[in-house]
Design a protein around this ligand. Structure first.
Ligand code: TNX
Length: 525
C-alpha cells in the first residue's frame, strides 16, 4: 500500500525525546506506544511523519499566536480556542506573533508562497517547540487547523465543560490538494432548508476541506431566492415543496448570511438558477413567461423535464437579465450556474439559442457561467465551465473547456446506499461509500487533467426533507468524496481508507451526526 510506504514513524525523535514531551507541568501523560497508531486522518495528507511515542500537551496555559494583520487568522484562532474550551475548561489566549516559536504556543502563520507551499496547502509541525501551522493563505491555515482537529482526541468534539488532559502526537505533516474545486451541491428547491441547516451543511463539509457550496435555488417545485424586481417568485413560487409542504425562501439578508458563513470557512457559494426547463415555480408565479400565457399550477411531484421558459418571448430574457443581475450583485464569487439539463419540451435549436443568450447575460453581469453537461450540444462561450453529471461522459467538450465532475453513479449522495435504504433515489444505481472512493476522476472524460477543475458531490432533495436526512446521506460518503478531491490518486487506497473512516465514528457521534453505518466499514476499530 502506497500510504504505508509514505508513513514513517519518527524513530529518531522517539529515541531522543523518550517519553512524553510536556509543554507544561500539568501536561497530559503520553498515550502508550501500544495505543498510538497511524492517525485516522481524512483526507489523507501528502506527507505524514508522526511520532509513535511523543505527545505534546495542550493546556490552559497554551497560547495561540497569529501572524499580525492577516484577515481571518484571528477568527481561526478564536474557533480553535472554542474547540479546545470544554476539554481545557478554559478559553486560551490569542495574541499576535512577536518572536520566535516557543513551547506552549500554537502558531497560525501566513508566510510567503513557495514552490512547496502555496494556495490551499499547509505545513503542520508538532514538537517540543510548540505547534505550528504555516500556509501561504488563510485558507491553507484553516485546512491545517482541520487536520490538527483530527489529531486531537475524538472527545474534543464534545460540547459543555468536561476537562481532560489534551495532547497530540508529535510529528510533521505537509499537505496540498489534488483539485482546487471540491464542491458540495445542496438542492434547496425540492425541499427547503433553513439558514441554520445550511450552516450545518457548511460546517460538516468544510471540516473535510470541501471549498465550494453550490446552491440549487430554483426548480419546478420552488423558487428559493428573493428577487426584488420579480417578487412573486418567492411569494408564490416559494410557497410549497415536494409532497406539498410549506416551502420557504431566502431573503437577500439570509443569502448574505449564508455567503458570509461559507466565506469564513473558505467555501465559495455558487448560486444556480435552472433554465430553460426545471422552472415550473417561476412559470406559476409569472404566466407571461410561458408561451401560451397560462400559469401552470404549483408542482409538488418529482418528475423532470416538462416545463420551459418561452424562448420566443422577449420578456423571458428581460426576466433572466433581472434575475442574474440581482443574483450577481449579491454573490461575491465569480460564478453563476445556469442549469441547462433535462429539457424535454424544446427543439435542439431552441435549447442552444436559449443557452447562448443566457451565457451572454451572465457575462454581461460580470460572472462566468457554469452549466450541466447538456450544454456541450449547443453553442458555448469559451469561458463557460461544464459540470458533468450524466454517467456517460463519452462526449468531450471543446478543447480548453474547464470541467467539474459530478457523475451521478459515483457522486450523487441522494442515491440509496443499498436496496434496503429507505431514503434516496436509485435511478443512477446504489452508491455505497466505496463507490465514490473507487473512482479516478482523471479517467472520466477524455480531456487533459489540467482541464479538470475538480469534483462536486450533490444532494438533490426529492427525498431528504430535514437536516437529519442530509446528514444520513452525507455520512459516511462525504469523507470519501473529500479524499477523492484532496488526496493524490496514487496515495488513495480503499483498504486503508475504510480503516481510517471507521475510526472517525466517535467524532460523528460527538457532533450529533445521524450517519448510515454502512456494512462496508468496520466501525468497531
Ligand atoms: C438529475 S443532476 C437531475 C436533478 C434531480 C436528480 C435526482 C441534474 C442536472 N438533474 O434535477 O434532482 O437527478 O437525483
Amino acid at each position: 500500500m502506497q500510504q504505508q510506504t509514505a508513513w514513517r514513524m519518527l524513530l529518531t525523535c522517539a529515541l531522543v525525546a523518550g517519553a512524553a514531551t510536556a509543554l507544561h507541568a500539568q501536561a497530559a501523560a503520553a498515550p502508550s506506544t501500544a495505543t498510538t497508531r497511524r492517525p485516522g486522518l481524512i483526507p489523507w495528507p501528502t506527507s505524514v511523519e508522526m511520532s509513535s511515542s511523543d505527545a505534546i500537551a495542550i493546556t490552559n496555559h497554551t497560547v495561540i499566536e497569529v501572524t499580525p494583520g492577516q484577515e481571518g487568522l484571528w477568527r481561526l484562532a478564536t474557533d480553535l480556542a472554542r474547540l479546545l474550551r470544554p476539554a481545557l475548561d478554559a478559553t486560551i489566549g490569542i495574541r499576535d506573533i512577536a518572536g520566535p516559536a516557543a513551547a506552549g504556543t500554537i502558531r497560525l502563520e501566513v508566510v510567503p508562497a513557495t514552490a512547496a507551499l502555496a494556495g490551499d496547502g499547509y505545513d503542520l509541525a508538532i514538537s517540543a517547540n510548540g505547534i505550528r501551522i504555516e500556509a501561504a493563505t488563510p485558507a491553507g491555515v484553516f485546512y491545517g487547523t482541520q487536520t490538527l482537529r483530527q489529531l486531537l482526541p475524538w472527545a474534543i468534539e464534545l460540547r459543555g465543560p468536561r476537562p481532560f488532559a489534551v495532547s497530540v502526537p508529535a510529528g510533521h505533516i505537509t499537505d496540498r490538494p489534488r483539485y482546487a474545486w471540491r464542491g458540495v451541491l445542496l438542492d434547496v428547491s425540492r425541499h427547503f432548508f433553513s439558514v441554520a441547516d445550511v450552516k450545518r451543511y457548511i460546517d460538516l463539509s468544510a471540516m473535510y476541506k470541501m471549498n465550494r457550496l453550490h446552491l440549487h435555488l430554483s426548480d419546478d417545485q420552488g423558487w428559493r431566492i428573493e428577487i426584488a424586481s420579480w417578487p412573486n417568485l418567492t411569494r408564490y413560487g416559494g410557497s410549497t415543496a415536494v409532497g406539498g409542504g410549506a416551502g420557504g425562501f431566502y431573503t437577500k439578508a439570509d443569502y448574505a448570511e449564508i455567503v458570509a458563513y461559507a466565506r469564513d470557512r473558505f467555501m465559495m457559494v455558487i448560486p444556480e438558477i435552472e433554465m430553460p426547463s426545471h422552472c415550473n415555480a417561476a412559470l406559476a408565479s409569472y404566466p407571461e413567461l410561458t408561451c401560451d400565457g397560462v400559469a401552470p399550477t404549483l408542482y409538488t411531484g418529482i418528475e423532470v423535464g416538462f416545463s420551459n421558459f418561452c424562448f420566443e418571448k422577449d420578456i423571458t430574457f428581460k426576466f433572466l437579465d433581472d434575475v442574474i443581475r440581482e443574483l450577481a450583485a449579491m454573490t461575491p464569487g465569480p460564478y453563476v450556474h445556469i442549469g441547462g439539463d433535462e429539457v424535454k419540451t424544446m427543439t435542439p435549436a431552441q435549447y442552444s439559442g436559449f443557452m447562448e443568450r443566457a451565457q451572454a447575460i451572465v457575462a454581461r453581469h460580470g460572472k462566468t457561467a457554469i452549466a450541466w453537461d447538456e450544454i456541450i450540444h449547443g453553442t458555448m462561450l469559451p469561458t463557460t465551465v461544464v459540470q458533468y453529471w450524466r454517467p456517460d461522459a463519452s462526449l468531450a467538450p471543446p478543447p480548453g473547456t474547464k470541467l467539474i465532475l459530478s457523475p451521478a453513479n459515483r457522486l450523487y449522495l441522494d442515491m440509496k446506499y443499498d436496496d434496503t435504504t429507505v431514503l434516496g433515489l436509485n435511478w443512477a444505481g446504489n452508491v455505497d461509500v466505496n463507490v465514490p472512493y473507487e473512482w479516478d476522476p482523471a479517467k472520466h472524460v477524455n480531456v487533459p487533467e489540467s482541464s479538470i477543475l475538480g469534483v462536486e458531490t450533490a444532494i438533490w432533495s426529492e427525498t431528504p426533507a430535514t437536516i437529519r436526512d442530509l446528514e444520513f446521506l452525507l455520512f459516511p460518503r462525504l469523507p470519501a468524496v473529500a479524499e477523492l478531491g484532496w488526496t493524490a490518486q496514487p496515495a488513495r487506497d480503499w483498504t486503508d481508507f475504510r480503516m481510517r473512516l471507521g475510526a472517525q465514528a466517535p467524532r460523528w457521534s460527538a457532533l450529533g451526526i445521524n450517519a448510515f453505518w454502512s456494512p462496508k466499514i468496520d466501525w468497531t476499530r
